[in-house]
Structure formats: C-alpha cells, structure tokens
Design a protein around this ligand. Structure first.
Ligand SMILES: C[S@@+](CC[C@H](N)C(=O)[O-])C[C@H]1O[C@@H](n2cnc3c(N)ncnc32)[C@H](O)[C@@H]1O
Length: 389
C-alpha cells in the first residue's frame, strides 16, 4: 500500500491542516473497512438471515432480499451512515482544498499546455452532457465531473485525482494506475505478441489508467477521451508534466470523431457502470466501429455478482443505493456478451475474466478477497470484459 500519492505538476498543494483532514478521513475509512464492516456479516448470520428464512420461507436468493431485511438492522444502519459520511467528508475535503486554488490550478494547467511538446488537447465547449451524468453528483462529488466554474477550469480533476488515492487508500498505486496495469498484465498473459499502433482509452477521467499504456507501448499513439472538459485539461497537463505523450479530447464515447477501423486496442476502466444501458450499447457499437478487424476491446469493471453469495452481492451493491451510482448494480445484471453481439461483435470472440489486480497483488501476497477500491478492506481483482473484432 502506497503511503503517498505520486507527485506531478497538477496535484493541488496541501497545507498542514489539509493533510490532517485527509489523514482523518483515510483513518475513518480504514476503521470502517477493518473494524466495523466485519460485524455486518455477524449480524446477518445471527439475526437477519434467520428472519428472512422465517418471513419468506426460504434462504435468501438475491441481494435485494438481503437488502430489504438488512436496511432495518441498526448495526447496518450505523455502518451505512458512517460509510456515507466518510464519502461525503472525503469529497468535501478534496473540494475545499481545490476550490481555494481554482485560479492557480487553471493557470498552472495553461502554462503546461503552452509548453506541451508532443501530446495534444482538444476540448468542446458545445458538448452535450448526457442526463445519466448531469442528473446527479456522481459518487457525491459536489458538481460532479463536468461542472466548470471559471474559464479553462480544471477543478473537478483536482478533486478527483487525490480523491481516488484517498478512496482507494493507496491500493491503486502511487499514480492510481492499477486498472491500466491490470489490463496490461492480462494482455501480456493472453496476447503476448500484441503491439498496438493506436490505442484509445474511453472515459479516461484524468488519465490514471492511460499512462501505463504509454509506458508499455512506447511506440503507440495513445488517445484518451472523456465527457468532462476539466478532466481532459487536467489529464493533459498531468501527463505532460510526467513526460508522457497522450492525445486527450473531450468527446462522448457513444459517438466519437475517429475514423472507422482507426485503433488496434480500445480500453475503458470503470466507465461501463457510470453510463446508462442505452449509452453502453452505443459505446460497444462505437468500439466496434473504431477498431480495425482483429483489434481488441477491453473494459474493466468492479467484481461481477455471478456466483457470489447474496450477502456479498448486497454489500458490493451499497453504492447503487447510497453513493449516487444508479447503474452500479444494474450493470451486473446485464449479459455483456449478448449485448456485444447485438452491437456487432461475434459472441464467440468475447471474453470475461477476473484478473488479479496488478498493484494489489504486490502487497496482498496472494489474497483473493474482494476488491472494491479498498472500501471493504479487500484487495485482489478486477473484472475484465472484452471482444476481438
Ligand atoms: C470512474 S470514471 C473513470 C476512471 C478512469 N477511467 C480511470 O481509470 O481512472 C468514469 C469516467 O467516464 C466518463 N464518462 C461517462 N460516460 C461517458 C461517455 N459517454 N463518454 C465519455 N466519457 C464518459 C466520466 O466523465 C468519468 O470521467
């Protein structure tokens, strides 16, 4: 586990008090994960599950049955309230730190952009933010991912970047690179000869997962897109300051401006659960269009529910009901291979795989417990779905 986030030019500056607040939030989250949440399983086994059996006349078979019963339990209520509070405290802490520096951060990004040598940045002030993004403050970030308060704003990036490090308690690596690194492990194991000329990262946010592809494939042209202008501005300045060449653009992954067959590899990292089902179908169709024949699409997600005990499914579904993540659980009910087939892929060329987390593996020493960015104290694996065109 990383104690400190990796440095780059765009990270907001912390005062002593800012760091103390972050340390408190991280300590609270760790306490909830390690000391409080194990009690939930105990109360479930001791009193909630027997209650379900009594009321329904059978063992719980779905996460919804477990949720309906658990939400009446006082231990669960206390944990859930603290969990939500820790999330709000994290977002408020990061927002307050970044808002204070909003002008300085935008100016810093502009200086880096002006000096940029090889990577590029395209923003689109006319982009239409879809309702699935604009209707709520995604996972409690004040203003969401895309709100712009000043010209050339980078604020949401400056909230998100250190926020992810805090959320994952350092378990996604010094540069929050775990998901990209995990796909690369998968590619090394399953496509050892792969040497893509052009790579596209969809829903890149600030490029946490994008940079590992630049490092793994130094000859490839790496593109990264996101709906959020502040994210791609921040991501571009961050990448340039790290000496990494990426072509960022503000675009909707449902309909991009790239030519047909342009990419050898199209990836995304926890994009799928943040889009509506209709948008996801459009995104799969777009992947199919922009991939060359034989090209590969890989999407990373949090663990799927299939084969899991209803109680574990219920715990992993907490975000759907309590963290402004309406598509988190419903995504896991989708048949992704069937959807991909409807969007032009050959179902026989689809794959689904639980891949050990590249960063988590290094410190978890073989543990395979659940990984939900650390909230439940686990570490271990990401779910990968994809297809060859
Ligand atoms: C959880 S974040 C992704 C994290 C990022 N991929 C990483 O690895 O750190 C989800 C991102 O998807 C973006 N997004 C959602 N729908 C999108 C769409 N239709 N087109 C482009 N970006 C989208 C959001 O703006 C957000 O930045």
């Amino acid at each position: 586990m990383m104690e400190r986030q990796g440095k780059h030019a765009m990270l907001p500056d912390n005062t002593h008090d800012d760091s103390a607040r972050q340390t408190f939030v991280s300590g609270l989250k760790l306490h909830l994960a390690n000391a409080v949440s194990p009690n939930l399983r105990k109360v479930y086994d001791a009193r909630v599950r027997p209650g379900i059996r009594r009321d329904l006349g059978h063992e719980p078979v779905s996460r919804h049955e477990v949720r309906r019963a658990m939400t009446h339990d006082t231990v669960y209520q206390a944990w859930s309230s603290l969990q939500r509070t820790s999330q709000e405290m994290k977002q408020d802490t990061q927002s307050e730190i970044a808002v204070r520096q909003i002008d300085a951060l935008a100016a810093r990004a502009k200086r880096v952009h002006a000096a940029a040598q090889k990577g590029t940045l395209r923003t689109n002030p006319d982009i239409k933010i879809p309702r699935y993004m604009s209707a709520l403050n995604i996972h409690c970030i004040p203003g969401g991912y895309h709100n712009e308060l000043i010209e050339d704003d980078v604020l949401p990036g400056a909230v998100y970047d250190p926020g992810v490090f805090l959320y994952s308690m350092g378990r996604m690596g010094a540069f929050n690179e775990d998901m990209g690194a995990t796909v690369l492990s998968y590619l090394r194991q399953n496509h050892p000869g792969l040497s893509p000329k052009r790579i596209l990262d969809m829903g890149c946010s600030v490029g946490h997962s994008t940079i590992p592809y630049v490092e793994a494939f130094p000859k490839a042209e790496v593109h990264a897109l996101d709906l959020s202008g502040p994210f791609v501005r921040y991501g571009h300045a961050r990448a340039e300051s790290m000496g990494k060449v990426v072509h960022f653009s503000q675009q909707n992954a449902e309909a991009t401006d790239y030519p047909d067959g342009h990419f050898d590899l199209v990836v995304s990292h926890i994009l799928m659960h943040e889009t509506s089902h209709k948008a996801l179908a459009n995104i799969f169709r777009e992947c199919q269009r922009v991939l060359r024949p034989g090209g590969l699409m890989v999407h990373v997600e949090t663990p799927i529910f299939a084969g899991m005990d209803p109680y574990d499914q219920f715990i992993l579904d907490w975000d759907t009901y309590n963290n402004n993540e309406p598509f988190w659980g419903p995504l896991k009910d989708l048949d992704l291979a069937q959807l991909a087939a409807k969007c032009g892929f050959d179902q026989k060329k689809c794959f689904a795989k639980v891949q050990p987390s590249a960063v988590g593996e290094a410190y978890a020493k073989g543990r395979t417990s659940l990984f939900q960015a650390g909230d439940f104290g686990g570490a271990g694996a990401w779910f990968l779905f994809g297809a060859e065109k």
